[in-house]
Design a binder for this molecule. Structure first.
Ligand SMILES: Cc1ncc(COP(=O)(O)O)c(C=O)c1O
Length: 178
């Protein structure tokens, strides 16, 4: 019997020709940083595809969480999930916040809203939850708790790119030509 390996962490690569075409464009533009033409095109394509007008490209997911924490001026204790990539917690630590872990639901692997209120203290300022493996958190329940206690909410959606909450129509998958 032959065994086919399953690469759980193998990098997904785009078609090489398509990638090289874009790389050539970057070379020809001589702009490799700071809001270059490819950067702008990708941002515009993502805004349209994800129907997210307030969208910024970041160098990595950790920085995106850090920026969100700073933008919302989150300080003190932040309720978060222990079941995520390490960046969810390390971004909190980088920003001087104290992570307070609340357990997950066994069916969704996302933070269990039923356990959040017991972890709230006078120092709690926010909830940072992860949509695990593309499964959305119970956003309505989390929102209701946040509103009741005056907390900010940030979602780490690194696993949930292009996931539609209560599914909408599917959209094209390739970056449009200039
Ligand atoms: C849930 C989650 N959050 C954040 C990150 C951080 O992303 P990066 O490694 O790009 O900083 C990852 C990366 O795998 C992730 O899986």
């Amino acid at each position: 019997m032959s065994h086919q390996p399953i690469y759980v962490t193998r990098t997904f690569l785009p078609p090489k020709e398509e990638y090289l075409r874009l790389l050539n464009e970057a070379y020809e533009s001589h702009v490799l940083t700071n809001n270059g033409p490819l950067h702008k095109r990708l941002e515009a394509a993502l805004r349209e595809r994800l129907e997210a007008p307030h969208l910024l490209l970041m160098a990595n997911g950790t920085l995106a969480i850090q920026l969100a924490l700073r933008a919302l001026q989150v300080k003190g204790e932040v309720i978060t999930t222990p079941y995520s990539y390490v960046a969810t917690t390390s971004a909190l630590l980088w920003e001087g916040c104290t992570p307070v872990f609340v357990d997950i639901r066994p069916d969704t692997l996302c933070i269990d809203p039923a356990l959040i209120e017991a972890a709230i203290t006078p120092r709690t300022t926010a909830i940072l939850a992860t949509h695990v493996y593309g499964i959305p958190c119970d956003v309505e329940a989390i929102d209701a708790i946040a509103k009741k206690h005056g907390l900010k909410v940030i979602y780490d959606a690194a696993h949930a790119f292009d996931v539609r909450y209560r599914a909408g129509p599917s959209l094209p998958t390739v970056m449009p030509a200039p």
